[in-house]
Design a protein. Structure first.
Length: 702
């Protein structure tokens, strides 16, 4: 049976049974590297391998990638033709690399909306030498060519790592750590610590590692990632560390403090690769970290799956890999979350390999997310090679609406390919599912909105993604968020939390296409308050913006607002009376501003419990004297009624002038209203028991 026939037969057979429950069908991943233009090389680096950075560097809408290489082979720049066919354009790119490199990263360092490239490598591995770290920065100029600007940019390592006894590149990441809209750069060095380079906004960088407090007593960091963990608007750093506790540096305004233990993120295994996504579909980001599955010094070590939770308002992470079935897969390196079948749930893949210490390469792993856990579908999906590998990335290489895989290889006897590309054949399934791609975009230097968190809400689905620069292991995925939707054919809304911590909400989102969401922010309403009456609630809020066209109130009986009713109001309204409510019911309210393009973030949420309605039968009432003088009136009911009475006083325009609740205990009862009003005609609303009446009154004031 040839490969294509095998793929089709597997595609239609993959209805999985797990725990007695039928699950979604899964696609076959077909290895297509040769037919897509990936050539073999003379030699491939052993030990830690080489990385790949995927991005749309030529801004034509499809994803290209840069591959670092061994000293005997030049690096490669693979340009995508839009159909997933790649051409190596390294020689004509202007990038000059004659030594082995380990990792690369695309980022717009000078804010001209062209992706530039930083490349790092070593002059020696696992031993002391002079100037062990090699770093080069290439600025993209016209016609998708590059020029080397390392020296003038100030990206200088210096002699800091000259005397370390063991050494290797750890990883690269970029983000805006100080809210100046320019991307700063982090380099980790296994055996040496880290380097944090602040972008000076003028095309140069300054090493601020020491002043930022990024000290490491145990200097064995691998892959780092940037994310605003405490949602204070400042980007933090999470870093995998080999042998000892992982580090979470919380940004305190330019100075970083390690708070990994406080957040539950301080495991001390052999952490290497890392991925962030929302695997449990609760709207926040979880973390998966690769390890070595083994017993070490009497302790079982394994991969880690951190589930983010809020406990009493605090953000915490709980380790769930063992209970979810993704803890053991060998000597792992690269990893990523990927929705393999567009069902809206994030699945997991890892790659591995270590030929030292008599450790044979393990099979690559693909786990299907089943809501309650993960099940191994590696063999059924064709992603189970036993090659020694490093980086693993997911992106839609051919823009056919499903996620494909790129896996970089180390030295293997069976192949001289530097990488493998696996095409996802989901489109051949009977029900491939819908999807939406979200590209948040900003004006200014951080054009690709690196550091944003994108959340999508659809029918019975919520999911979040991180827009990052630097992930997996020596890897980078493109600055876009891919969401599988299953059979859902409509997106309710997409919420973008920008790197500035501002929030924009979009509702006109197309399915099965790429959606570019331009930065626009409406300052949300604030200080939402309420005054509760018997069967109505008065809501009031503060307007903090001038660019909204109106407000919308959401009323729900659920604190998560999974379902809600909407009330549209004009832009000059900051007060609303919600009436005809059910008794003995808890209501939740929030307010948004909106214009024709975007909604603001929500105001604060308030909750109100209405009272049990009074069921006493009451006959008609009368009010005297009429005309009224001296702000005093007497209310008479046709029968004795004892209980609460609600009075509201309105002018002829319907404006409420005064309202009060009192207790009535006699058939005749006198009430005073404290509002001084001019002589004229008014209306009085009277509610008690099952009775509501309106009375026209004349007020005479001398």
């Amino acid at each position: 049976m040839n490969l294509k026939k095998k793929a089709i037969s597997v595609l239609f057979a993959c209805l999985l049974s797990y725990g007695g429950t039928l699950m979604a069908q899964v696609p076959y991943f077909q290895e297509v590297s040769t037919e897509l233009g990936i050539e073999e090389v003379f030699d491939v680096t052993d030990l830690y391998g080489n990385g790949a950075a995927a991005a749309d560097y030529d801004n034509d809408g499809d994803i290209d990638f840069y591959l670092t290489a061994d000293i005997r082979n030049p690096d490669r720049l693979y340009r995508n033709d839009g159909q997933g066919q790649f051409t190596n354009v390294f020689l004509e790119s202007g990038i000059i690399q004659t030594k082995s490199n380990r990792a690369a990263l695309w980022f717009d360092y000078n804010g001209d909306h062209r992706l530039d490239l930083v490349v790092v490598g070593e002059n020696c591995v696992n031993r002391s030498c002079k100037d062990p770290v090699r770093i080069n920065l290439y600025q993209q100029i016209e016609n998708f060519r590059f020029k080397k600007v390392t020296e003038e940019s100030g990206l200088v390592i210096g002699p800091d790592f000259d005397n370390v006894p063991y050494y290797a590149i750890g990883g690269l990441a970029a983000a805006d750590i100080n809210q100046d809209h320019y991307l700063d750069l982090l380099l980790t060095v296994w055996g040496g610590g880290v380097k944090l380079f602040k972008n000076n906004t003028d095309g140069t960088f300054t090493d601020i590692t020491e002043e930022a407090g990024l000290h490491m007593e145990e200097k064995t960091p691998w892959q780092p990632m940037f994310h605003d963990f405490n949602q204070d608007g400042l980007i933090d750093i999470y870093c995998n560390v080999d042998f000892t506790d992982n580090i979470l540096w919380i940004n305190r305004g330019g100075v970083f403090d390690d708070r990994a233990a406080q957040y539950g993120l301080n495991h001390a295994f052999n952490e290497m690769g890392m991925a962030m996504s929302d695997y449990d579909n609760d709207g926040d980001l979880d973390i998966y970290i690769t390890n070595i599955t083994r017993e070490h010094q009497g302790e079982l070590q394994y991969n880690i799956l951190y589930e983010q939770k809020k406990v009493n308002g605090r953000i915490l992470f709980k380790e769930t890999a063992q209970s979810r079935g993704v803890s053991q897969s060998g000597w792992d390196w690269g990893t990523t979350f990927i929705d393999i079948n567009n069902d809206g749930r994030q699945d997991l893949v890892t790659t591995n390999g270590w030929l030292k210490l008599l450790w044979e390469p393990d099979a690559s792993k693909m786990w299907l997310n089943t809501r309650t856990g993960f099940v191994d579908v590696s063999e059924k999906c064709g992603f189970n090679d036993r090659l020694s590998a490093t980086t693993l990335l997911a992106f839609d290489m051919d823009r056919d609406g499903d996620m494909d895989l790129l896996q970089t290889l180390k030295d293997n006897e069976s192949t001289k390919k530097p990488l493998l590309i696996y095409r996802n054949n989901l489109e051949d399934l009977p029900n491939p599912g819908n999807y939406a791609v979200i590209q948040p975009r900003m004006e200014g230097p951080n054009h690709l909105a690196v550091g944003s968190q994108v959340s999508l809400v659809a029918k019975d689905l919520i999911s979040a993604r991180l827009i990052s620069a630097g992930c997996s292991f020596y890897g980078q995925e493109p600055a876009e968020a891919f969401f599988g939707l299953g059979s859902r054919d409509k997106v309710t809304e997409v919420i973008v939390r920008w790197p500035t911590n501002e929030v924009s909400i979009y509702q006109e989102i197309a399915v099965n296409r790429i959606n570019k969401l331009q930065y626009e922010v409406i300052e949300p309403p604030s200080h939402l308050t309420s005054i509760q009456h018997d069967d109505r609630i008065d809501l009031q809020w503060e307007d903090n913006s001038t660019n909204e066209d109106g407000f919308v109130i959401h009323r729900s009986r659920d604190s998560t607002f999974s379902e809600y009713e909407t009330i549209d109001l004009a832009a000059d309204v900051t007060f609303y009376t919600d009436s005809d409510l059910d008794g003995s019911t808890k209501y939740f309210y929030r307010v948004r501003g909106y214009n024709a393009r975007v909604f603001s973030n929500n105001s604060n949420v308030i909750s109100i419990q209405t009272e049990e309605p009074v069921s006493v039968s009451v006959q008609g009432t009368s009010v005297y004297p009429n005309p009224i003088r001296n702000n005093t009136l007497t209310l008479r009911s046709g029968e004795l009624y004892e209980g609460p009475v609600w009075l509201s006083f309105f002018d002829l325009t319907g404006r409420e002038l005064w309202s009060a609740q009192a207790n009535k205990s006699t058939a005749y009862q006198e009430f005073n209203y404290p509002v001084e009003v001019p002589s004229g005609t008014y209306f009085l609303s009277v509610r008690m028991g099952n009775l509501r009446e309106w009375h026209q009154l004349v007020v005479i004031n001398k």
